[in-house]
Design a protein around this ligand. Structure first.
Ligand SMILES: [Zn+2]
Length: 313
């Protein structure tokens, strides 16, 4: 399988983050394994630094970085060995003060789609996150040796030929940009009027459960969302239905401005009403609310559990 640096076919690469950065398929699996393992052991999840082509880097991107970080003015202390001097396109390039090292275009391990610049590892090899990451990453044939020769703690290269248990590694799983959950067990409220839409309290802070109702949720710019809702009701007669609606409303308006019904779910009789997999798109500047109605007056809502995952489209 022949490859050219900076021109690795997309079919040989796999996405490793929500921004679409890629690595060689085997290295991508090894990266995902490291991320899962660091998260499992240490409770935080490594990611490529952002913005920029910090995993696979095309030839053109390698040239841009050289042009941004180097010029043709000789400076003291720069050598080829410390990454300060590069030869490219018939010229000699000198690293500018404070700029990061770049490989000669066509030679970078980023161009082979097997290097990642890892975000937030700290400033020295003794920093906690660096040590935690390094312990796990070296188990999966990632190395910082090349990075350290040019003072880059963040530059990690995978030995693409080495993927222990590669077949068992899961592909990248996209994660929501934000999750809002809400759980309310006290202060039941009554759906007093039959057929009237009542607004449910929904989630608050990212990943947390709050007792204080939040009337409406904002997304993350324009967001796709996935929602699940579980309601416990009393006073609902056998055979009655519950309707739930996820609705967009403009920022700063009240519920009377509701115009867009995203979805409508119809449940059946039971103490607990649950639906998952309600999907929609929330435009920027709109907020999401949840409405419920029943055909019977006087039904009480005794418990609300709501979870909404927002995704960057
Ligand atoms: Zn790098």
């Amino acid at each position: 399988m022949s490859r050219r640096n900076g021109k690795v076919p997309a079919a040989q690469r796999a996405v490793i983050d929500d921004d679409g950065r890629t690595l060689l398929a085997a290295s991508a699996r090894a990266w995902e394994w490291v991320c899962d393992e660091v998260e499992r052991r240490h409770g935080w999840r490594p990611c490529p630094s952002s913005p920029g082509a910090t995993a696979y880097r095309t030839f053109a991107e390698q040239v841009s970085i050289l042009e941004a970080n180097y010029d043709h003015t000789p400076r003291a202390g720069l050598t080829v060995g410390n990454g300060g001097i590069r030869h490219f396109a018939g010229q000699t390039w000198f690293r500018k003060p404070t700029k990061a090292t770049a490989a000669e275009p066509g030679t970078s391990n980023h161009g082979w789609a097997k290097a990642v610049d890892v975000a937030d590892l700290g400033a020295k090899v003794t920093d906690t996150r660096y040590r935690q990451f390094a312990d796990v990453a070296t188990e999966m044939a990632w190395s910082n040796t090349e990075g350290l020769t040019v003072g880059e703690l963040w530059h990690w290269v995978h030995d693409g030929a080495t993927v222990p248990d590669g077949a068992a590694l899961a592909p990248h799983t996209k994660r929501p940009a934000m999750t809002r959950t809400y759980r309310r067990t006290s202060e039941p409220f009554t759906l007093a009027e039959a057929g009237h839409w009542y607004q449910l309290p929904v989630g608050d802070a990212d990943g947390e459960t709050h007792k204080r109702p939040r009337a409406a949720l904002s997304g993350v710019g324009r967001s796709d969302f996935d929602a699940e809702l579980r309601l416990t009701l009393t006073g609902l007669p056998a055979g009655a239905t519950v309707q739930v609606r996820y609705v967009q409303m403009p920022e700063g308006s009240d519920v009377s401005d509701v115009r867009y019904a995203v979805d409508e779910l119809i449940g059946t009789h039971g103490d607990t009403f649950a639906r998952t997999g309600c999907k929609g798109t929330l435009p920027k500047g709109k907020r999401l609310i949840v409405l419920v109605r029943t055909a019977t007056a006087g039904v009480k809502v005794t418990r609300v559990q709501s979870r909404v995952d927002f995704w960057r489209p």
